[in-house]
Design a protein around this ligand. Structure first.
Ligand code: UDP
Length: 320
């Protein structure tokens, strides 16, 4: 089958492209390269902004069996200081894509959503029927985009909304990895600190968690990619879609991640205790049971695997 990956030059999108190709599918990428990398795109690149509805329609009219939509701004902290930009790109971009898909007669979508739609959900594993109470603009834009997609079901759209917990790691063969121009994520920053001897800032020491630092569910990017491929294939086979959590079901605190990063890199990581980061809920851990039921998917890689693959990528990245 032939799929269009909106935002396919970014971190999760490029890994999904690689995975789809390995499964025998064809991939084209539509990306404005605002945060993605040309070298990461896994197929012909349409260098466009998803908000350009007419141009996206023309690309879709070439004929695709489905669309994956990754293009978004995705930094919790930044969303708190630039909320309108987040609404414009994340919600405006999704609306533009849905209009283009309707015009082009394209009815299958896999959407990158986020655990941020749940907000502060407590420390129990989060199910898809947990309350949706996002605590930052990023999460609110993802929830609004999900609602748009649900409403578009009345006009024939079938979609999976995949709620990622914390994407982590790199391709096991070292061919792809995380390469944000302005890095804010824990694992790459921890590995950078291990490599250059700098300190890692730990945001918050007084959360209601076992060691006081935030707990997250780190899921390997290749596991995410496999879930996306399964989701598109299920839609093509007639599945109606829905919302699915993608996580491992196990949480790790910031301090635990640092210990894993030290073990993998063999270097000590200095910590600097800082105030809480705006918009961070204390704990986000998935119940991945529904994804297992609907797609037969569960994570195969561990946090250690993700950090090991990220360390290999960090040591020799292929693109800046
Ligand atoms: N974090 C941290 N120091 C950093 C970067 C992140 O303590 O330099 C914490 C952050 O507060 C959060 C967790 O690590 O609790 C994961 O953050 P990240 O930005 O990687 O992902 P997010 O959960 O925001 O999607």
């Amino acid at each position: 089958m032939r799929f269009l990956l909106i935002g396919g030059a970014g971190y999760v999108g490029s890994h999904c492209g690689r995975h789809l190709i390995a499964r025998g599918h064809q991939v084209e990428v539509l990306d404005d390269l605002s945060t993605g990398h040309r070298a990461a795109a896994q197929g012909p690149l349409h260098h466009l902004d998803v908000r350009d509805t007419d141009a996206v329609t023309r690309v879709l009219q070439r004929g695709f069996d489905g669309v994956m939509h990754f293009a978004a701004l995705a930094l919790v902290g930044e969303s708190s200081t630039q909320p309108l930009r987040y609404w414009d790109v994340n919600v405006g971009g999704t609306l533009s894509l849905l209009l283009a898909m309707r015009r082009a007669g394209c009815e299958r979508l896999v959407f990158s959503s986020s655990a941020a739609v749940y907000g502060d959900a407590g420390d129990a594993p989060i199910t898809e029927s947990s309350a949706l109470r996002p605590v930052n603009p990023y999460g609110r834009t993802k929830l609004a985009a999900e609602q748009l997609i649900e409403d578009a079901g009345a006009e024939g759209l079938r979609a999976f909304r995949l709620r990622y917990f914390n994407a982590a790691g790199a391709a096991p063969d070292g061919s792809l990895g995380e390469a944000h121009r302005h890095e804010t994520h824990l694992i790459p920053l921890a590995l950078r600190a291990a490599a250059d001897g700098g300190a890692l800032r730990v945001f918050g020491a007084d959360y209601p968690t076992p060691d006081g630092s935030c707990v997250r569910d780190y899921v390997h990017v290749d596991d995410l990619a496999r879930a996306h491929a399964l989701a598109l294939e299920a839609l093509a086979a007639g599945h109606r879609g829905g919302a699915l959590n993608l996580g491992t079901g196990a949480g790790a605190s910031v301090l635990e991640v640092l210990r894993v990063a030290e073990a993998v890199s063999g270097a000590p990581i200095a910590r600097r205790s800082e105030a809480r980061r705006e918009g961070d809920p204390p704990s986000l851990v998935a119940s991945p049971a529904r994804a297992a039921l609907e797609l037969g998917w569960s994570a195969r890689y561990t946090l250690e695997d993700a950090v090991r693959h990220a360390w290999a990528w960090h040591s020799a990245p292929r693109f800046p």
